[in-house]
Design a protein around this ligand. Structure first.
Ligand code: ASP
Length: 322
């Protein structure tokens, strides 16, 4: 009887807290370094969420181990809606790639909704003596054994893209991990590494300013408009069927009250309609997820399907992680 009363009191307290949510700032964890593509999406989204959520959203960068450190921090956080995660395709690719992870992707999170899709681009250091994809292919062929590919850690999108690319062209490269593609981009600009796959949310400005070499879009279609519309796809460049695009979604720790999940999902739907958010994201090549696909259940189904899709692709490419 006593136990039942205690459980009831806890339930009522959680209910009241959920009804008042949010009454303090919400932390949005980005599992990569500040200034990179995931961070850029998160900071724009944090701003767009402020009004509909009714709270300040503070972005915290927890980079390392291909996004798994930040994801684990959220999986283990209090399920009260004040610690959320913005992650990308890495939440699925790390699940397909690592033999063990400190969290269970489909069991340890509440799914709050998808955000956007972002194409990846293959870029090179400014001093690389190749100005288009055909020249890059020749350069890679004649520099075998001496090529550095930068990425954001094992399990990240740039890592997955880089590994699939090596497998597609049958050339092994030295892969150089960073806590995100912001620091990787700095080394690419400085010429310490040769090539990298990265989202257009990070590469558009650098390509437009002529600061890096741009070789291909790694998803199946060219960008419909904007500064990268002329960039050919990997498929057009001879890598038949190569198609890797990044998507983002929001997560909360398992056990977060349904009322909180619903509030965040409603705020997310409103944020994704925000005109400024749209403009900034579209200018960087991102496509906002349509309202019809924004239910948390759709999001979870999609991540599950991505894990199932990526697992055989990763295995077939002979890619493993610990
Ligand atoms: N673009 C990175 C990745 O490859 C992540 C980041 O730094 O935002 O996964």
């Amino acid at each position: 009887m006593r136990l039942t009363l205690i459980a009831l009191a806890a339930l009522l307290a959680a209910g009241t807290a959920a009804a008042d949510y949010p009454d303090k700032p919400v932390t949005l964890i980005v599992p990569f370094a500040a200034g990179g593509p995931t961070d850029k999406v998160a900071r724009d989204l944090a701003e767009a969420l402020r009004k509909p959520l009714g709270a300040t959203v503070i972005v915290e960068n927890v980079g390392g181990v291909g996004g798994t450190l930040g994801a684990n921090k959220v999986a283990k956080a209090a399920p009260d809606g004040y610690t959320l995660l913005l992650h990308h395709i890495g939440i699925a690719s790390a699940t397909a790639l690592y033999r063990t992870l400190p969290y269970k992707t489909l069991e340890d999170f509440e799914y709050l909704g998808l955000v956007n899709e972002v194409p990846m681009t293959l870029i090179g250091r400014p001093s690389l003596p190749a100005s288009n994809y055909a020249e890059l292919a020749k350069w890679l062929e004649s520099n075998k054994g001496n090529i550095n590919l930068a990425h954001a850690g094992v399990g990240s999108a740039s890592h997955l893209c880089g590994l699939l690319y090596q497998s597609a062209i049958k050339i092994d490269m030295t892969t150089v991990p960073y806590k995100g593609t912001a620091p990787a981009m700095n080394d690419l600009l400085g010429g310490q590494v040769d090539i990298m796959c990265d989202q257009t949310t990070n590469t558009t400005g650098q390509i437009e300013a002529g600061k890096v070499k741009a070789y291909a879009v790694m998803s199946s279609k060219r960008l419909p408009s904007g500064p990268l519309a002329k960039l050919p796809t990997a498929d057009e460049s001879g890598l038949k069927g190569f198609n890797l695009a990044v998507w983002h979604g929001m997560y909360a720790p398992k056990g977060t009250p349904k009322a909180v999940i619903d509030k965040v999902n409603t705020a997310l739907r409103a944020a994704l309609k925000d005109a400024d958010f749209h403009k900034r994201q579209e200018a960087l090549g991102a496509v906002i997820i349509s309202d019809a696909r924004l239910a948390p259940a759709e999001h979870k189904k999609f991540v599950e399907a991505e894990i199932n899709k990526l697992t055989p692709v990763i295995k077939a490419a002979g890619i493993y992680a610990d």
